[in-house]
Every structure is written in structure tokens, then in C-alpha cells.
Design a protein around this ligand. Structure first.
Ligand code: AMP
Length: 629
């Protein structure tokens, strides 16, 4: 079938289109209405239908392929490797669910999961899904303050964590960060469930902390029935950075998400039951939710959960996994491929990669050099896909499962089924023509699988995403884009103060707030600056309270280190700026708005743009001078 026809059907007759797609999953009770859009922009999909993500990901496959591999947990950090069949996965999930029930977790309760990439993290997510608890996974690289703000917002009854993660053979203790986060937060969880990997010492808090292995042992024969949920009950919250310091809780439903994942596994990722999928992301990010845990399993595929670096023990590790487990579909990020490109190609060529059918890349712009290089090396299609935490599955890509349409270098592809994507002129709000730059927006209703709302704050959902253009209610992606005459889009960066470091989305406001907490910082601006490897890195410009501390090069270096330490401690190393420069003032408009875009332009050697509104033009020169020091 031609993709254009397929797409058009999804736009012209969405209810028929998604009714067909809904047959890809199991329903315990059929839905009575495909779409309820009576309260735009809030869309309800498959109203009245009852289903369950865990049932569709696990139980459903036990009947037909129970002995086949479901979850393959590999850690090159601890040198462990274990395959769980669908039957074994079900058993482990039931044990974990029984433990959660014993700890008082019920339907609709929040469970915060702060875990490294170990099998227990997937068990915990699936266990929540099974009993109707709402999980909120927080990336293991985030530290105390980031964690505390998420605890305060989600108000979990239970936190599931571990003694430590591991990076490059070094344990990264989690427990003290977690304790500190709980101390900082107002919404203290009743219980903390801890997986002890034996990597770092861990003191259990009496009455609150419980050891997973002990409780699991008490529930070895547990049988926990699936809780059937109405399609629109929340399945999870995943926090993402925005333009304010307060992260947004992206809330997702059950039925729409399951259907969207099943469809995307079929049309985008061409996944077949019994084959193996390998997404190299982390469960803390949306790719981990959609394409490590739920998507592949819903499609009956085995999924690989990998803890470790792409170049340890050597740069062949991922390819050895592809060979060993006959991976057919692999999903990664451009940054990782850029890292591999710096390594000798022999590592890749050593392995039999004949099982691999395609490599999917997402999370940040895919540059042509990287795309061409990996395409030449692997000899399989490289499929870029553009989406966001908010949408849960690709907005733009090439759906090879529908039509073998060619990809175009530099473009993630065309609008995916269900998404009414268009470009609007930022100032006039008018629709852009071919090759005209505009803001990428989507007309409501958003298709199944996309966020339902901002957790606990419907108004924030409307105000943040749907009110960018006066007089028209459209969902803004906050990305710039252009579309060519054939409908291929090109993404040109964010319209807001969100930056993308190695495919990880960070809000500059959050980093600024953290740096400002240093006793000697009076003001700071953080911008994202182009970087060959990571796409972007954060660079900070700070004004100090006591200039004597930075009078010497040693003083400046020491303060820079201290500030980086503050960010490491509060937000995690993932948010640490690559450099901190000191300036006497920051460029601002006369109304006091920070000119981050101009600072960024200077850092990238570009023209700082229209500066008629600047308060003091000398401040730009000061930024330039700081960069030279
Ligand atoms: P996240 O919510 O962390 O997945 O980040 C979403 C943002 O990452 C998007 O709004 C884009 O700015 C960027 N992004 C994701 N995928 C792509 C892609 N394939 N090409 C260009 N930018 C992308």
C-alpha cells in the first residue's frame, strides 16, 4: 500500500483507522467509543474499553510462546547476562506485583522507580501496570534535587530503587541520593523497596526501607491477577524538562498507548513475534518506556536491556549482542553512533550482523555524516524518527512496514499516521508553504499514545502546549522545522530554552536554578552550544558575588569546579555544564529578559541577531571576552 493513502485514511477517518488498529491488542471489555473529543484538547481513546499493558506485553504471549525469550538483561558492568522467557517474566512480574500489594500499593497509586538498567526495573514497571499502579521512572543519572521535585509532584506511596548503578566499572551509589531526596521532599513515601546488587553499602531506614530479595522470597508462588483498567486510566507519569525549573509530568493512558505501540511496532519497526529488538536507551527516558519495555513485548518480541557503555569492554559490544541474539531491529541515538564512529571500524566488522534489518535513530538531529557512515558500515536502512516524551511514539519517520519509501538525508521523514502535522509562521500564525521555516505543530486530537495531560495540572497542559498561537488551538512541539515539496520535514532546533545533550532533554532553567544556589553566584545564564559529539552541551555564564574569588586563573578554575559539583550533586552529572565562564553582566532586554539566544549565537560564532532591545550592548562583548579566557 502507498503510505500517502494509509496516512490520509488515518486523518480523514480516524475512528475507523484506529478501530482497526485496536484489534492488534487484547481487550477484556470492548470499548464503546473510539474517540471522545468533546473537551478539546483532551482526547480520550477507546472509551469504556478495558485492557492492561502487562497482559498485552506478557500474559498474552505466555499462551503461544511462553518458553521463548522475552527479556534479555545484559550488564557489561557486572558481567551478568540472563534471559527470561515470557513465562519466567510473568512469574517475576507477579512476584514483584505481590510484593507491591503487600506494601500497600493499590490501583491509581504512584510508584516511583529510580533504578539502574537491571531486570528488576522492568519487573517493577510491568508489576505496576499489572495492578493498575501508576509508575514514574526517574532516570538513574538524576540526583537529589531532581529526584525530590519529582517525588513532590508524583507523591508516590512507594519508591523502588537499588543500592547502586554502575558506569565504566565504577559503582554509582543511589541510596544516599535517594535518602537526601526524600529528606528534601514534602511528600515522603511510606515504603522504599531496595534491590541490593552488592555494589555499594546501603543502610536501611527502619520501618520504611525493605529489601526486595527478602520480600520476593516470601512471594515465590504468588499469583496476581491482572487488574483490568479503563482505557483512559493513567498508566504512567514521565517527567520531562521544559522552560520552567519545574519538570512536567507527562501522563499517559493505558489503551491508547498499547494500541499506538502495537501499531508502531508493526508499521515503523516491522517487529515480528519471536524476533529480538535492541534499544540502547535507558528506562528513564521515553524510548526506554516505549521501545525497551512495552513496545517490543506487546509485539511478542524479545527485548534487550543493556547496562553499560557502547565502548566497554570494547567498541564491538553492541555488535556482539546483535550477533549473539540475532537482533533484527535496533534503536539508538545519533550521539552513540558518533561515539562509535571514533573507534576503529574493525570492532563492528568482526561480527555477523546479517540478522539486522534496520537501525532506528532518534532523540536529536541525525547529521548526514553520521547517517551516511553507519549506513555504509551496516548496509541496512538507517531510519531517523522524530518524536518527544509527550507523544510516546514517532511523529515523523518513514514507515517501512507500510511502504518502502526512500529516506532523505537530514530529514527524519514525513508525518506519521494519526498526526496532523503542519508548520506555522511564528509571528503571523499562518501555515507555511514548502521550504518555509515555521514551528512544528499538530492539530488536535493527538493520536492514541500521546500524553493525556500534565499530571495533576490540566491547565498547565493547555497553557504549555496548546496556547502558543492566539486564536488557534494547536499542539506545539517547540521545534523549528521546514518541509520540502514532497512532505519530508527537516527539524531545525528548539524554539524554547530546552537543550538536547547527547539526546537527553534538559531545561536550561533547571540548570540555572541549581547553579544559582552556589553561595558565590548572583546570576547565571545557561545556553546549549553546538558540540560535534553530543549535539549540544550546556555552557554557563555566571556573575559572582565576590569577584576576588575569580581574580586568578586558579580561583576561576576552583569556582568552576565547585559549581559543576553543585550541579552534579543536585541534578546529576547529565546536567553538568561543559564550562562555566564568569562575566560582570549578562545580556538582557530592557525589560530584563535574558537574551539566551544571543549568548548562544556568540558561543557558536554566529551573529547575535536583532539587538535593538538590548539593555547594554557591552554585555555581549563581555561574553566574547569570557570565552577567550
Ligand atoms: P525528548 O522528549 O527528550 O524525547 O526530546 C524531544 C526533542 O528532541 C524534540 O522536541 C526535538 O527537539 C528533539 N528530537 C527528537 N528526535 C529528533 C530527531 N529525530 N531529529 C531532530 N530532533 C529530534
Amino acid at each position: 500500500m502507498k503510505f500517502a493513502e494509509f496516512y490520509q485514511r488515518s486523518i480523514d477517518t480516524p475512528e475507523q483507522f484506529w478501530r482497526d488498529e485496536a484489534t492488534l491488542i487484547d481487550w477484556n471489555t470492548p470499548y464503546t467509543q473510539v474517540l471522545d473529543y468533546s473537551r478539546p484538547p483532551f482526547a480520550k481513546w477507546f472509551v469504556g474499553g478495558q485492557t492492561n499493558l502487562c497482559h498485552n506485553a506478557v500474559d498474552r504471549w505466555c499462551a503461544t510462546q511462553g518458553e521463548q525469550a522475552a527479556l534479555i538483561a545484559i550488564s557489561t558492568e557486572t558481567n551478568t547476562e540472563k534471559t527470561y522467557s515470557f513465562n519466567e517474566l510473568k512469574t517475576e512480574v507477579e512476584r514483584c506485583a505481590a510484593v507491591m500489594l503487600a506494601l500497600g500499593v493499590g490501583r491509581g497509586d504512584r510508584v516511583l522507580i529510580y533504578m539502574p538498567m537491571i531486570a528488576e526495573a522492568a519487573f517493577a514497571m510491568l508489576a505496576c501496570a499489572r495492578i493498575g499502579a501508576i509508575h514514574s521512572v526517574v532516570f538513574g543519572g538524576f540526583a537529589a534535587n531532581s529526584l525530590a521535585s519529582r517525588i513532590d509532584d508524583a507523591k508516590p506511596v512507594l519508591i523502588v530503587s537499588a543500592d547502586a548503578g554502575s558506569r565504566n566499572g565504577k559503582a554509582i551509589p543511589y541510596k544516599h541520593l535517594l535518602d537526601e531526596a526524600i529528606d528534601l521532599s514534602a511528600a515522603k513515601p511510606a515504603k522504599v523497596l531496595l534491590v541490593d546488587r552488592g555494589l555499594a553499602p546501603m543502610a536501611l531506614v527502619e520501618g520504611r526501607d525493605v529489601d526486595y530479595a527478602t520480600l520476593r522470597a516470601a512471594h515465590l508462588d504468588a499469583s496476581v491477577a491482572v487488574t483490568w483498567l479503563e482505557s483512559n486510566e493513567p498508566s504512567y507519569i514521565l517527567y520531562t524538562s521544559g522552560t520552567t525549573g519545574k519538570p512536567k509530568g507527562v501522563q499517559r493512558d493505558v489503551g491508547g498507548y498499547a494500541v499506538a505501540l502495537a501499531s508502531s511496532m508493526k508499521y515503523n519497526f516491522c517487529g515480528k513475534a519471536g524476533e529480538t529488538f535492541f534499544a540502547t536507551s535507558d528506562i528513564g527516558w521515553v524510548v526506554g518506556h516505549s521501545y525497551i519495555v512495552y513496545g517490543p513485548l506487546i509485539a511478542g518480541m524479545a527485548t534487550i536491556m543493556y547496562e553499560g557503555l557502547p565502548i566497554c569492554p570494547d567498541a564491538g559490544i553492541w555488535w556482539s549482542i546483535v550477533e549473539k541474539y540475532k537482533v533484527t531491529r535496533m534503536f539508538s541515538a545519533p550521539t552513540a553512533i558518533r561515539v562509535l564512529r571514533k573507534q576503529p571500524p574493525e570492532f563492528m566488522r568482526k561480527y555477523d550482523l546479517s540478522s539486522l534489518r534496520a537501525l532506528y535513530l532518534a532523540g536529536e538531529p541525525l547529521d548526514e555524516t553520521t547517517s551516511q557512515w553507519i549506513s555504509d558500515e551496516l548496509g541496512v536502512p538507517i531510519i531517523d524518527n522524530y518524536w518527544q516524551t509527550e507523544t510516546g511514539w514517532p511523529i515523523l519517520s518513514i514507515a517501512k512496514g507500510v511502504e518502502d519509501k526512500p529516506t532523505r538525508l537530514g530529514s527524519p521523514g514525513v508525518a506519521m499516521y494519526g498526526y496532523k502535522v503542519k508548520l506555522l509562521n511564528e509571528s503571523t500564525g499562518e501555515e507555511c508553504g514548502a521550504n518555509e521555516k515555521g514551528v512544528v505543530v499538530i492539530d488536535g486530537p493527538l493520536p492514541p499514545g500521546c500524553m493525556q495531560t500534565v499530571y495533576g495540572d490540566d491547565q498547565r497542559f493547555v497553557d504549555t502546549y496548546w496556547n502558543t498561537f492566539s486564536g488557534q488551538q494547536v499542539y506545539s512541539t517547540f521545534d523549528w522545522g521546514v518541509r520540502d515539496a514532497d512532505g519530508y520535514y527537516f527539524i531545525l532546533g528548539r524554539t524554547d530554552d530546552v537543550i538536547n545533550v547527547a539526546g537527553h532533554r534538559l531545561g536550561t532553567r533547571e540548570i540555572e536554578e541549581s547553579i544559582s544556589s552556589h553561595a558565590n553566584v548572583s546570576e547565571v545564564a545557561v545556553v546549549g552550544v553546538e558540540d560535534k559529539l553530543k549535539g549540544q552541551v550546556a555552557i554557563a555564564f555566571a556573575i559572582v558575588k565576590h569577584p576576588e574569588q575569580i581574580a586568578t586563573a586558579e580561583g576561576r578554575q576552583a569556582l568552576e569546579r565547585e559549581i559543576m559539583g553543585v550541579v552534579d550533586h543536585q541534578l546529576g552529572a547529565v546536567a553538568r555544564p561543559a564550562r562555566v565562564y564568569f562575566v560582570p553582566q549578562l545580556p538582557k532586554t530592557r525589560s530584563g529578559k535574558l537574551l539566551r539566544r544571543s549568548i548562544q549565537a556568540i558561543c557558536e560564532g554566529r551573529n547575535p541577531g536583532d539587538l535593538t532591545a538590548i539593555e547594554d550592548p557591552a554585555s555581549l562583548q563581555q561574553i566574547k571576552s569570557a570565552l577567550l579566557v
